[in-house]
Design a protein around this ligand. Sequence first.
Ligand code: NI
Length: 400
Amino acid sequence: MNTDALQSQLESYFKWFHRHPELSNDEHETTARIREILTGAGVEILNIPLKTGLVARIRGARGSSAPAESKAESHSSPPDGPVVALRSDIDALPVTEISCLDYASEQSGVMHACGHDFHITALLGTALLLQAEKENLGGTIKLIFQPAEEGGGGAQQVLDTGVLDDTAEIYGLHTAAENKAGVIAVSPGPSHAAVGAFRILLRGVGGHAAYPHLCKDPIVAGAQIINAAQTIISRNTSPFDQAVLSFTHTEAGSNWNVIPPEALLEGTTRAFSVEKLTGLNEQLKHIAVHTGEVNGIAVEYEWHMNTISTNNDPALTAFVSETAKAMGYRVQPRLPGMGGEDFALYQQRIPGVFWTIGVGSPQALHHPGFIADTAALSAASRLMAALGKEALRRLGAIIL
Ligand code: NI
């Protein structure tokens, strides 16, 4: 397929996915459409227990030399040759799109504001490219269309199926709003932070707003916690450490003359190590519990880690960078950001690289005005296909 034909095919796929965003773990139509496109291209889809999302497989000359197996085979039948996984996420966000695109979201309050529609489409393009030259592949490619990246546990769901147990290397891509269309940005080491989510429930005594001395006011205590917590980063974290603490959700009361009995605070902590993240949450818990105590308020503090930080393998990062440069891409380093990415969970088990491709958006990721420049679609597909093919070639050489 020539570049123009691939590009126009991908643009039409992309517009469909952009029009039909679905939230984490609810990506049923999205999964059906991906399945339809892959099946139409003759790509095998593995029979694994995922509610949404799917994993497809392309076995090359070495990968298909095993005896013929039934169509219903599971991933547990060992493929020949090395296995390389390529990953896209597929879920959207609870964001109301403000663009005037003729293919804007048709789902009220839901939008592909993180570019996962771009990732799906790019990986479909990769599937088409690799399927067309499967005879030349020195092993097996697994294409992961992962559900629920936005905090819904999607990477863990895929790992729990065991579908990646035989995988030697993994590559994932993300759109970069700030870079021009087609520019590749990648660096070794951590690129995305470890992410914590906390929830603080304050239980006081409600009553008449005219008689606050007869109440235990959870709103005042909550405000003190929010203010005191600002010192965790500004006074207790080294300026050379990267860390973030943000309150993102507060809830208390329902009218103007009643002091409510309870208040809720939620938010996120971010750092580049599990130790640092745990430390931030211990400090926040300390402040919350003791501020509550001073105010006569019982405090329940809960937190969990959404994901660890990503960690790009240095040798494989050089491989991505060199492959892209050899194909004529502009490649630049990527500064780490405090966003989270559950691709990190794959990298904990499998060496891999999470690289980005510029889509020149007027607004940042997660903004209701985020727009991905579709001009970069076939470029993303081609690089991902090359990474899969060249990684198999290299791994095959090592095995031999
Ligand atoms: Ni994303």
